[in-house]
Design a protein around this ligand. Sequence first.
Ligand code: S3P
Length: 183
Amino acid sequence: MATDKRHIALIGFMASGKSTVGVRLARVLGRRFVDIDEEIASAHGPIEKIFTRQGESAFRRHESRAIAAALARKEPSVIATGGGAPTDARTRTLLAERSYRIFLSVSVERIERRLRRAKAPRPMLGENPTHNQILELYERRLPYYREAEFTLECNGLRERAICDALVAHVADPNEGTIRECAQ
Ligand code: S3P
């Protein structure tokens, strides 16, 4: 599996650490880092406004195009996708065909704690989502995340350990020091 020549797409639920881990991973691998939410915001304005003014389906179109543009670049990069990206069929196909998908798996309890601490609310969940709303969205998305080529169980791991595990995996996909989740 030639992970060294492919774009790496980090996928997973909101607040699972895709951007923070992605920045670090890209630096260690000497690759360009692309944050899809930032690409969308710089082309179309703040994400919350896109959701309120144009709705989710417009956001998914922008997201799909931003991901297609990132994947069209020749030099392999590290791409942090938004939590809902794999729910869109076009985006899913793009990611499956042109990237090596890594699912950062974080328990819903941890995600909930992080979301409650976050300053800006996530448009998909609104101001004060209930536990059941978060859980329901998480469970609905899990099958898409599980399509990833590799899943890293991140619970209890610090950002640095996550990055080290991913670097080891990219260097040797059979690397045994990391736990691959049961799919
Ligand atoms: C979304 C997640 C967000 C952002 C947008 C929609 C989602 O990204 O793309 O608010 O549908 O889960 P993060 O996963 O970085 O929070």
